[in-house]
Design a protein around this ligand. Structure first.
Ligand SMILES: [Zn+2]
Length: 297
């Protein structure tokens, strides 16, 4: 390899080499024309631009004792960035307007919601508010059909609640469901931990799109009324979601017995069982025993 300006032999790993658009030059020549990292008067940003310079241009600069400044290029980049920001803002504003419009339509239809995800039984559509990042990266429309809903999960993160006085921690629930402590599957009750830091529902839609709706995000005792209320609303919502999913499944190919069918009925059984517990028809012990049977553990 030779320097395209002075012709000096260059050894990879020994000589500093600056790569131009169509050739390489030695570090001395690069410094002369302001393309080297060793050039005192030029920033790294400009050095990175050396790849846009041709050997002919660099040679011309070298012969005329000139150095590259890249001012034009920098100005152009700044302009492009500004333009992109403007488009992004415009898109966000359009989405926000459209969302407001759709939300009022949904509310008129008495839509119900899971967190910020609205379900309109009349339109048979779901409405989702996009996050800031999604305005740029996610091309999904704000509203889409019920048939896009595939499944959902309830997640609970067990936690410990520090007592206000003394050193005790009330309970450690980390062993419940693996290292993350998240309980996946239907909301089934019968807690073996006394507090949660989070209760959320994840809705899974087609094309690997999912949304997390948080119901609880502060440390809460599982015997509190707050927790009971969250439990109730999740079960209500789960019931409504089950109906949609069942309709979706009925509408598509009728598969006799798939693993997901089995897990759905397991979830239903557990839900029914939990209802019996809540209604005081069965005891906690009855519930625990029966739950183990259903889950096969
Ligand atoms: Zn050279």
């Amino acid at each position: 390899m030779k320097c395209s300006i002075c012709g000096k032999r260059l050894l990879v790993g020994i000589n500093s080499i600056t790569t131009l658009k169509d050739g390489v030059i030695c570090n001395n020549c690069a410094t002369e024309v302001g393309l080297s990292t060793k050039s005192l008067f030029h920033s790294m940003a400009e050095v990175k631009s050396s790849g846009t310079v041709t050997v002919a241009e660099a040679t011309d600069y070298f012969n005329n004792h000139k150095t590259f400044t890249f001012e034009q290029e920098r100005a152009q980049k700044k302009l492009e960035k500004k333009q992109a920001q403007k488009e992004e803002e415009q898109q966000r504003a359009e989405d926000a307007d459209k969302y407001d419009q759709l939300l009022s339509e949904f509310k008129e239809d008495k839509a119900w919601h899971v967190g910020k995800v609205y379900f309109d039984d009349k339109k048979q559509q779901v409405l989702v508010k996009k996050s800031t990042a999604e305005h740029i990266f996610n091309e999904r429309t704000l509203n889409f059909p019920y048939s896009d809903l595939e499944s959902y999960d309830v997640i609970e993160d067990p936690t410990t609640i520090e007592k206000k006085h003394g050193v005790g921690r009330s309970i450690v629930g980390g062993l419940v469901a693996g290292p993350t402590g998240a309980v996946l599957g239907a909301f089934s009750g019968g807690k073996s931990y006394s507090a949660v830091s989070k209760v959320a529902m994840i809705l899974y839609f087609k094309e690997n799109y999912h949304i997390e709706a948080t119901f609880l995000s502060t440390d809460t005792s599982t015997s509190s009324s707050t927790y009971a209320a969250v439990q109730r609303s999740i079960m209500q919502v789960g019931h409504d979601l089950d109906k949609i999913i069942a309709d979706n499944n009925a509408g598509t190919t009728t598969q006799a017995t798939t693993p997901s069918d089995t897990s759905n009925s397991t979830a239903d059984d557990l839900r029914e069982l939990k209802q019996l517990l809540d209604d005081g028809i069965i005891t906690q012990d009855d519930f625990d025993t029966k739950k183990k049977q259903i889950l096969g553990i």
